[in-house]
Write a protein that binds this ligand. Sequence first.
Ligand SMILES: O=C(O)c1cccc(C(=O)CC[C@H]2O[C@@H](n3cnc4c(=O)[nH]cnc43)[C@H](O)[C@@H]2O)c1
Length: 229
Amino acid sequence: MVVQVREGLLTDTARVLVATAVPAERDAVARGLQGHPAIDVVAVGVGPAAAAAGTATALTTAALTGRPYTLAVSAGIGGGFTAPPGALLVADAITVADLGAETPEGFLPVTELGFGTVTHRPPDSLVRDLAAAVHATVGTVLTVSTVTGTADRAALLAQCHPGAVAEAMEGFGVAEAAAAHGVPVAELRAVSNAVGPRDRAAWRIGDALAALTEAFGKAATVLTSWKTT
Ligand SMILES: O=C(O)c1cccc(C(=O)CC[C@H]2O[C@@H](n3cnc4c(=O)[nH]cnc43)[C@H](O)[C@@H]2O)c1
């Protein structure tokens, strides 16, 4: 049995926090998790700041009540660079794409300015097991504060992040909160639309939410049985 020691607490019980942006995503995830009481799902709001604040609040509350979370997961719908609507994507890197400075020579990530971080990496074994369980493609999931709306912006992001499979708006915020708590993080997205010229009418939200429900039905056991090695 793996026993984790965290801030004076002894726990051998997996508790998983899944953070979505909006209630429709929360409910889709929860529908897949029937019978898995060790996994809580919360809607924390749209964007990285709301995601960080909501996730940090949930992690802190759980820790203070002596039942800390052992894993945080950012989940929801997202834009796919090449994957079609309904496809599932698991992040091996959670990268904030627009945190930095614009210069005449181009965008500089905040790390090149000497601050902070731009990428969090979920544990390899968790990425592998999660992707296998839900039949997902693995790659970088970008976090953006502005949904991409032009072909030029999509091409620039793909050029700057060759491993990018998706963009969404919360993963980096969830990951920053998890890192502050020493909790591992994962991100799972179901594609609702293509990253590129804005065409809201073409978003396949229903297909993506259905894929999310099915994915969490398959992912639940992996999430609660995965342990830090
Ligand atoms: O209108 C609805 O019924 C509805 C149901 C569920 C979710 C939504 C959202 O609008 C969720 C916003 C959420 O989606 C992510 N997302 C999806 N596509 C993209 C994209 O191309 N670029 C960036 N983010 C995307 C994002 O994480 C938003 O928080 C509506």
